[in-house]
Design a protein around this ligand. Sequence first.
Ligand code: UDP
Ligand code: MG
Length: 322
Amino acid sequence: MSKITVIVPCYNEEQSLHFFYEEMERVAAEMKDNTFEYLFVDDGSKDNTLACIRELKERDEKVRYVSFSRNFGKDAAIYAGLSHASGDYVAIMDADLQDPPALLPEMYRAVTQEGYDTAATRRVTRKGEPPIRSFFARQFYHIMNKISDIEMMDGARDYRLMNRAYVDALLSLEEYNRFSKGLFGWVGFKTKWLEFENVERVAGETKWSFWKLFQYSLDGIVAFSSMPLYIVSIFGAGMCGLALASIIFIIVRQLFFGGSVEGWPSMACIIILIGGLQLLSIGILGIYLSKAYLEVKRRPIYIAREVYTEKSIPEPGWNQDA
Ligand code: UDP
Ligand code: MG
């Protein structure tokens, strides 16, 4: 009999938590051979999410939680969940039922009987999502697979079930800029991919604006690829070559045909273009530098305000010898 920890990152999810709990209970009842731990991570919610979680905890002793001092982002919530999970197997699941708990038995079979270390999920449709968002998401995966070494599945969710070895591998990556989708691939191991049709949110609304997603995708690229740096370097080198050739051309022309003052507007354009490229390159460099700066500071990935997990609850009789 093994224990499964279900990590649920929650940010302003007061409306969906109860739906989630009911559905999860239904699936847990199906998996009679397992015990469960529901580990909610309240990511600094501004609504009554924490109160809802506490209420669930009073009702059900399977419920555990960590509550952050402010919003640290879903990736920090996942990390907190992984480090507090006590199960033999650990799953990460959204609170809005967009990650159907009903897939859990199949994932469990993959990890326990089919020799996989982790069972991951991807949605094959993006039904119900704004088309522009789908388009950019697809482009992101396309670019990411081209410019980084890790393989990223289009439509991959963070929803997955992992064994202990996989969890420990993820925990050994202590970086501050956590792009979980990349880390999952980076650690390797044998992964089984399960596919499902997109499900719409049960209640509440998405926390991701277009701009936030755009920033997140840049974070992903910076975290897993140095390609932008190479591109600007090669471009810079090309520009230098071009400039050298132009200088030689101008000197030769001056010597044999005499000078002319014509052509200054085109000159101004070139100067502006090169100036722009320099700023862009410095900008790209700056992004990497700022990420490295944050990494060097070694700030904690999250700060908890309240912890109620296996680690924080003393085992019954733990101080018997004292
Ligand atoms: N979430 C979180 N912290 C955040 C944003 C989101 O813990 O800063 C959680 C959220 O509560 C949900 C999951 O991450 O359980 C996915 O968020 P959402 O449904 O908004 O994203 P989408 O499904 O639209 O990509
Ligand atoms: Mg969602």
